[in-house]
Design a protein around this ligand. Structure first.
Ligand code: ARG
Ligand code: ZN
Length: 419
């Protein structure tokens, strides 16, 4: 065929309105740092997760229903899913073929899915969730069990340890959770707690609804024996804290701090983007914290004022305004680090802020820390991202002056809200 005949043969079906033939969705979302992570060909609208957890055996039985829209005609589609045993996979209620290769789960529906069609994939599964190893983080990520307690900290690629998903921040979705645990345990997850049902045997089902889009890495679940402390911030955002049994009084000061610092952050960053807030505090042998949406999770050693400010700042920067590709993570960590310097200023005035900036700047220079926006995958959570990211914001603050700078932060969080 000559060029124009070839072009015509390609264009003719389009001109005649013939739909493109179905093809498999891509196996990756196109993230340069994580080529296999996420998938193409569809856009998830919501995850409805139902889990029954046996803490003694460290086993779960679960069902995940994914509601999505096809962005092209699909003959098959991929999800990320770890090592749990699959009992069944259906697409729109009809049994579907599936195969797994590493973390990629390929689902082939009985009939292709049309472009633009809304469809449901339901996966039933069971087993003992295991954390995932990532080149991007030195500790195991995802579902972690300590004795009869479990916590989920997935950033950046651990969500597949507990549910099948399009595990990439470019595809945020709504979530519901219904988690059944034995009488003595409590389950906590992101979002609003909308109900608790009790069975005859005393087992309880805790139901949560996430009202705002959420990235898969921010989905969390905590199962343990907790003191549950409810309250609200000084400007009326409901707060729920899940604390190790018997520690509610010990942490009263940190809960009070959260209640006053969240409105303080909102004055600088714009309205708090979610309908609830709080924390899970875990008495466990891992250091650190994660900004799990509406419910940051802290190791007890990390449940300190500076870390609280960091994880709360992420609710704006990271959780509401989310990276489309992981290499842009300074847009989350740089802002959260910068918020910690602002908190120094809140306590000790501009001098304390300047001291913090100067100290971190000197350290970054001495160590030859690289630029913030092009981290290698093994340095996704390094000083380049955190400190040099925050230094970018400091420089903008100095150049623009406080009025324009904070106006810019509020405009950024408003324009990109839930995006
Ligand atoms: N985003 C976290 C923070 O700066 C660090 C990453 C934690 N990830 C994890 N899987 N624990 O607070
Ligand atoms: Zn952070």
């Amino acid at each position: 065929m000559n060029g124009s005949a070839l072009l015509l043969s390609l264009l003719l079906p389009l001109l005649q309105g013939e739909p493109a033939p179905p093809r498999p969705g891509a196996e990756g979302a196109g993230d340069p740092l994580f080529p296999g992570l996420g998938n193409g060909g569809y856009d998830v609208e919501r995850y409805d997760l139902v889990l029954e957890v046996d803490p003694d055996a460290a086993e779960i039985e679960a069902a995940c229903r994914i509601t999505a829209t096809a962005t092209h005609a699909l003959s098959a589609l991929n999800l990320e899913f770890g090592t749990l045993e699959i009992a069944s996979v259906t697409v729109d209620g009809a049994s579907a073929e599936w195969r797994r290769s590493g973390r990629e789960l390929t689902v082939t529906p009985a009939r292709p899915i049309a472009r633009g069609a809304r469809f449901e994939v339901a996966v039933e599964y069971a087993g003992s969730p295991r954390p995932i190893r990532s080149r991007a983080f030195p500790l195991p990520i995802g579902w972690m069990t300590f004795g009869d307690e479990s916590y989920v900290l997935s950033e950046p690629e651990g969500a597949a340890s507990w549910f099948p998903c399009n595990d990439h921040p470019s595809d945020k979705a709504l979530f519901t959770f219904a988690v059944t645990v034995p009488a003595e345990s409590t389950a906590a997850a992101n979002g609003r707690r909308v109900g608790v049902d009790e069975r005859e045997d005393g087992a309880r089902t805790f139901r949560f609804e996430v009202d705002e889009p959420m990235a898969t890495y921010l989905a969390t679940l905590a199962i343990g024996v907790f003191d549950v402390v409810e309250g609200e911030t000084d400007d009326g955002v409901p707060l729920v804290h899940y604390l190790p049994e018997g520690t509610a009084d010990d942490y009263a000061d940190r809960i009070a701090f959260t209640a006053e610092v969240l409105p303080w952050l909102a004055e600088r960053f714009g309205p708090y983007p979610f309908s609830t807030c709080g924390a899970v505090v875990a008495e466990v042998p891992f250091p650190g914290a994660l900004e799990t949406q509406t419910l940051p999770t802290y190791a007890s050693v990390a449940f300190r004022e500076d870390v609280i400010v960091h994880e709360l700042a992420h609710q704006w920067f990271g959780n509401s305004v989310t990276v489309r590709e992981w290499e842009d993570i300074w847009l989350a960590e740089g802002f959260a680090m910068f918020a910690m310097w602002l908190a120094e200023e809140r306590d000790g005035g501009r001098e304390a802020y300047d001291d913090a900036v100067r100290e971190q700047h000197a350290q970054a220079r001495a160590l030859g820390v690289g630029p913030p926006a092009t981290p290698p995958v093994h340095d996704l959570f390094g000083l380049n991202v955190y400190v040099r990211g925050a230094l970018v914001l400091h420089r903008l603050r100095v150049l623009l002056g406080d009025d324009a700078f904070f106006e810019m932060l509020r405009a950024w969080s408003a324009e990109k809200r839930h995006g």
